[in-house]
Design a protein around this ligand. Structure first.
Ligand SMILES: [Zn+2]
Length: 117
């Protein structure tokens, strides 16, 4: 259940940002999560809602956007998205290389937007 600790961090960051900008009502927060983080959006959204009950952040909408995993092949330097059923070996569809690829996207975890007043 690592979504709960991630939601706690998000709440901390949002509180700091709101304080910095002198706003008190949170309407919406948009979060980008990479496929490799293994975060379940529904679990993250539920954790966030549970943590903000009876706080000034209550009632805010949280949305999660998943960034798919893309890598650059170590051997042929081509970019590709590994097959869903092959997340550990990540076989290159161009040359068949299986390991050592550079991860380009899929590790993201950040707040992309906060709507508050
Ligand atoms: Zn390759």
């Amino acid at each position: 259940m690592h979504e709960l600790s991630i939601a706690e961090s998000l709440v901390d960051i949002i509180r700091q940002e709101m304080e910095k900008h002198g706003v008190t009502t949170l309407h919406k927060v948009e979060v980008v999560v990479g496929q490799l983080t293994a975060i379940v959006p529904e679990a993250l959204e539920m954790s966030f809602t549970a943590l903000t009950v009876d706080t000034p952040l209550a009632g805010a909408v949280i949305t999660t956007e998943i960034r798919p995993l893309t890598v650059c092949c170590r051997e042929c330097k081509k970019d590709f998205s590994p097959a869903e059923d092959d997340p550990y070996l990540m076989t290159c569809p161009f040359c068949g290389a299986e390991i050592g690829h550079e991860v380009l996207t899929g590790r993201e975890l950040f707040i992309s937007n906060i709507v508050a007043e």
